[in-house]
Design a protein around this ligand. Structure first.
Ligand code: TRP
Length: 449
């Protein structure tokens, strides 16, 4: 059998997996949903979801991957098969769907990095910066250009393989990302709005928290930890038997959470210092922040650092999404890595074109929106976050808890583990708590509750 790839070291795995987890979800989405849900209490609920739902599922995914040394479809086949294989297939589908629009948003971050670098953010001033996003959003040429470029870079990394591509780039990009984050944090610390921001994020404000917000926190815990479609499973399949699964899952989750909270502590002081709205939605990062930075001392420098960081975060996540599809073609179809990577990359780039065109409304216009009440871009995001990931997560946790043979599961949990005592507790969470949580998110998504 051809060598399907292997991590060079345990640190390499943790950095690559943290790279998958830390992405647009942490730096773009988490701050704006925190803003919309009023901060404090929402953050606390989110932390609870990470521990009670995210951590057990991440442990399950890494365990299934390491036990079988296979990507999602092969892993499920090896440990029980039957109808459960559907969930493996759902993961591969998720890779296509998520990466196709993720790449478009990453392209926006690239465009803003370019705008910052060419001095335009500060040069245009607040009034000039405000319409920038609108003109980017509606420019087919710009969207296609950045989308294509981002996909080419992603393919180039995955082409290099597990050790020489994914791990090598994680070792460069992740420390860079941490460093850039610290520079931005130090700057925000000195701003007048820091105190207000700190209170907003960590003060226990329950006023703005709704049931919908709680479910949004739970859904986001999935997305931000890259769970529900076998990305962590795939990365786990390149691990050695003696690596510690539980400690790895905890480390990855902590890194992801620290980055998400730091992103808030970077962004909200800027928002409050310049009198902008914390609840400005998806435009928080692409509209409000550039407007504030255009007036900031050293704005060109900080805008460049921030958007470059956003691109790096998106890249290490996109890599994991492409790797799920690539490894499926390698493991199940017997393709060589180079062929698999290019094929998957090209197909995903093509699927992403409608998302890139005129804010995703170009091809289907109102006709498509009429059916789903959304444009192409929103439809994909909605499909992934509300259907594919919760369903996939439900499948993975139920499969692990109810179908996989206990002897195999228990031995795998203990192998290389320093935290073997948590086996029973983990299983209880996986059997009962996780499925109930996901079903609630699901019912909410389809409007039942
Ligand atoms: N976790 C990433 C983020 O927060 C996105 C991501 C990468 C992802 N791989 C995934 C989400 C797999 C779900 C499944 O931006």
């Amino acid at each position: 059998m051809a060598d399907r790839g292997h991590w060079g070291s345990k640190l390499g795995f943790v950095l690559a997996a943290a790279g998958s987890a830390v992405g647009l979800g942490n730096i773009w989405k988490f701050p704006y949903i925190t803003g919309e849900n009023g901060g404090g209490a929402f953050v606390l609920i989110y932390l609870l979801c990470i521990v009670v739902v995210g951590l057990p599922v991440m442990t399950a995914e890494i365990l299934l991957g390491r036990a079988t040394q296979k990507s999602p479809v092969g892993a499920v086949k090896a440990l029980g098969g039957g109808f459960w294989v559907v969930f493996g297939g759902l993961g591969v589908l998720g890779g296509f769907v998520i990466l196709s629009y993720y790449s478009v948003v990453a392209g926006w971050a690239m465009h803003y990095t370019y705008l910052a670098l060419s001095g335009q953010i500060v040069g245009l001033g607040p009034e000039g910066v405000e319409p920038l996003f609108g003109s980017l959003f509606t420019s087919n040429g710009l969207n296609l250009f950045w989308h294509a470029l981002f996909m080419i870079v992603t393919v180039a990394v995955v082409w290099g393989g597990v050790n020489k591509g994914i791990e090598r780039w994680a070792r460069i990009l992740m420390p860079t990302l941490f460093g850039l984050m610290i520079i931005l944090l130090v700057n925000s610390f000195t701003m007048s709005g820091f105190g207000e921001a700190f209170d907003f994020i960590f003060g226990f404000h329950t006023e703005a928290l709704t049931a919908a917000g709680v479910l949004e926190a739970l859904g986001h815990a999935f997305f931000t930890l890259s769970l529900g479609m076998g990305a962590m499973l795939t990365y786990g399949s390149y691990l050695d038997r003696n690596d510690d699964i539980v400690v790895s899952a905890i480390t990855i989750s902590i890194l992801d959470t620290v980055i998400a909270l730091t992103a808030c502590m970077v962004l909200f002081p800027i928002i409050f210092s310049y009198g902008m709205e914390p609840a400005s939605g998806p435009g928080l990062v692409f509209v409000s922040i550039p407007i504030a930075m255009s007036q900031m001392h050293g704005g060109t420098f900080f805008a460049f650092i921030f958007f470059a960081l956003l691109v790096f975060a998106a890249l290490t996540s996109a890599i994991s999404l492409l790797e799920v599809v690539t490894s499926y073609l390698i493991d199940e179809k017997g393709w060589l890595r180079h062929k698999a990577t290019v094929f998957a990359g090209v197909v995903i780039a093509l699927i992403g074109i409608p998302s890139a065109l005129s804010g995703g409304t170009y091809l289907f216009g109102d006709g498509f929106a009429g059916v789903f009440g959304r444009n192409w871009f929103d439809t994909f995001d909605y499909l992934a976050s509300n259907w594919i990931l919760p369903l996939g997560g439900l499948g993975i946790s139920m499969f692990t808890a109810w179908r996989v043979d206990d002897a195999i599961r228990h031995r795998e949990f203990l192998d290389g583990s320093r935290l073997g005592v948590f086996y029973k507790g983990w299983l209880v969470l996986l059997k009962y708590v996780v499925p109930v949580g996901i079903v609630l998110v699901f019912l909410h998504a389809i409007g039942v509750i």
